[in-house]
Design a protein around this ligand. Structure first.
Ligand SMILES: Cc1ncc(COP(=O)(O)O)c(C=O)c1O
Length: 380
C-alpha cells in the first residue's frame, strides 16, 4: 500500500528530538523554528512530559468515556486556572477541526440559528463545518458546500455591523492572529467591538486559538491581548505538545445535554496526562513570559533587517514578509544553517513558530542565520 500523497515534503527524516532541536537520519541537528507546525510548545521530549505519559501508560492507557476519569477534572482545573477561565467548561476531543465542529454546533444549538461570519484568509480545518468557514475553495468538495457563511475582510467593522443586523447569525469565528493566512493580526480595538456587538445581538463569539493559544503569543490566549472574553475558545496543537488532543472551551451560559457532543478517544487517560504535563511545564518554567520576552525582542530585531517588507505577530508566532517568494530562502536555512521554518498561504511569508522554551542564544542564532541566508541572490 502507498501513502495517499497529500503533503509536499521536505527532504528531512527526523529520528530524535530534544528541546528546540531535531536530529535527522542524515546525521544533522536542526534548530526547530517551525515547532512541528506550532505543535511543540514545551520543547521536544521534555523529561517531565515523557515521564508523566510513560507512567500513565504503565498504569492505564485507555478506558472509555462511560466511566469516571478524574484526570479530565485535574486537567480542566489546571487549564482554567492558568488561562483565567476557571468558570468555563471543557469538552475534550482529538483534533483542531473537531474542536471547531463542536464549537459551531454548540453555537447553533444555543442560538437556534445557522449563519456564520468568518474572515478572509481564515483557516479552521478540513472537516465539513470547519471547511465552510475556511477561506480556501480548493479544499472544499461539493459535499462540504454550504452557503450559510459570509466572509469579511479582517478589521471590517461596518461590514460586520451590517451582517449582524440581519439577525440570522449564530456565530462570529476568528483566529485572533491568523496562522496559515500569513500571521495577520486582528486589531485589539476591532476585537473589542466584535465582542460588544456579539453580546448585544446574542451572537456567539468563537476564538480559534488552535495555533495561537497555550502561551504562543505571550499571553495564555491571543485574544487576551485585546482584553476580551469570547463565548467559545478552541484549542489543539500546543495543548498536547505532539500528543493528539484538542478542546472546545465553553462559557457557563452553554448548557450540556447528553448526546450532543461525544468522542471515543477524546479526553483519554494518555491525552490527559500529556496536557497536564504541558500545563505544569508552562507554569513551572514561565513559558508564557519567555514567549513574550524573546518573541518581542525577535520581532523588533527582525524588522530592522534589510530586504524585509514587514514583520507581523506577537510572542513566538511571527510572520516575516519579503518582497519575493521565500521557498528558496527556506531551503537555504535548512541546507546551510540547519534551521527549520514554516510557510504560509502567502508565498512571500516565512512563518516562525518555535517551541516556547527557546533561549536568547537560539533566537540570536536564527537572526544571524537569516542574515547569512539573505546574502544569497533571491528570486524576484
Ligand atoms: C487556526 C487553526 N484552526 C484549526 C486547525 C485545524 O487543526 P487540525 O489540523 O488539528 O484539525 C489549524 C491547523 O493548522 C489551525 O491552524
Amino acid at each position: 500500500m502507498e501513502i495517499f500523497d497529500v503533503y509536499p515534503l521536505l527532504d528531512l527524516e527526523p529520528v530524535k528530538a530534544e528541546g528546540s532541536h531535531v536530529f535527522c537520519s542524515n546525521g544533522n541537528k536542526y534548530l526547530d523554528f517551525y515547532g512541528g507546525h506550532a505543535v511543540i510548545s514545551i520543547g521536544h521530549c521534555h523529561p517531565h512530559y515523557v515521564n508523566k505519559i510513560s507512567k500513565q501508560l504503565n498504569d492505564l492507557g485507555f478506558y472509555s468515556n462511560s466511566v469516571q476519569n478524574p484526570l479530565q477534572q485535574e486537567l480542566a482545573a489546571k487549564l482554567g486556572n492558568l488561562s483565567g477561565y476557571d468558570d468555563y467548561q471543557l469538552f475534550l476531543c482529538n483534533s483542531g477541526a473537531e474542536a471547531i465542529e463542536n464549537a459551531l454546533k454548540m453555537a447553533s444549538f444555543h442560538t437556534n440559528k445557522s449563519r456564520v461570519i468568518s474572515f478572509n484568509k481564515a483557516f479552521h480545518g478540513r472537516t465539513t463545518s470547519a471547511l465552510n468557514i475556511t477561506d480556501k475553495d480548493e479544499y472544499t468538495a461539493p459535499i462540504n458546500q454550504s452557503s450559510e457563511v459570509t466572509f469579511l475582510e479582517i478589521n471590517n467593522l461596518s461590514g460586520l455591523q451590517d451582517e449582524l443586523s440581519k439577525g440570522d447569525v449564530c456565530a462570529v469565528v476568528l483566529e485572533p492572529i491568523q496562522g496559515i493566512g500569513g500571521i495577520r493580526v486582528f486589531e485589539d480595538a476591532f476585537l473589542q467591538q466584535v465582542e460588544k456587538l456579539c453580546n448585544e445581538q446574542d451572537v456567539v463569539l468563537i476564538c480559534d486559538e488552535i495555533q495561537a493559544g497555550f502561551g504562543r503569543t505571550g499571553k495564555f490566549f491571543a485574544h487576551q491581548h485585546a482584553d476580551i472574553q469570547p463565548d467559545i475558545i478552541t484549542v489543539a496543537k500546543g495543548m498536547g505538545n505532539g500528543f493528539p488532543v484538542a478542546g472546545t472551551i465553553l462559557s457557563p451560559e452553554f448548557e450540556a445535554k447528553h448526546g450532543r457532543l461525544g468522542s471515543t478517544f477524546g479526553g483519554n487517560h494518555l491525552a490527559c496526562a500529556a496536557v497536564t504535563a504541558v500545563l505544569e511545564v508552562i507554569e513551572k518554567e514561565h513559558l508564557v513570559r519567555n514567549a513574550a520576552n524573546i518573541g518581542t525582542q525577535l520581532i523588533n530585531d527582525l524588522a530592522s533587517l534589510p530586504q524585509i517588507e514587514e514583520v507581523r505577530g506577537r510572542g513566538l508566532m511571527i510572520g516575516i514578509e519579503f518582497s519575493f517568494p521565500i521557498k528558496q530562502l527556506r531551503h537555504t536555512l535548512i541546507e546551510e544553517e540547519q534551521i527549520i521554518t514554516g510557510v504560509a498561504s502567502n508565498p512571500n511569508v516565512l512563518r516562525i513558530l518555535p517551541p516556547l522554551t527557546i533561549t536568547q542564544n537560539e533566537a540570536n542564532q536564527f537572526k544571524t542565520a537569516i542574515k547569512n541566508a539573505l546574502k544569497q541572490p533571491q528570486p524576484q
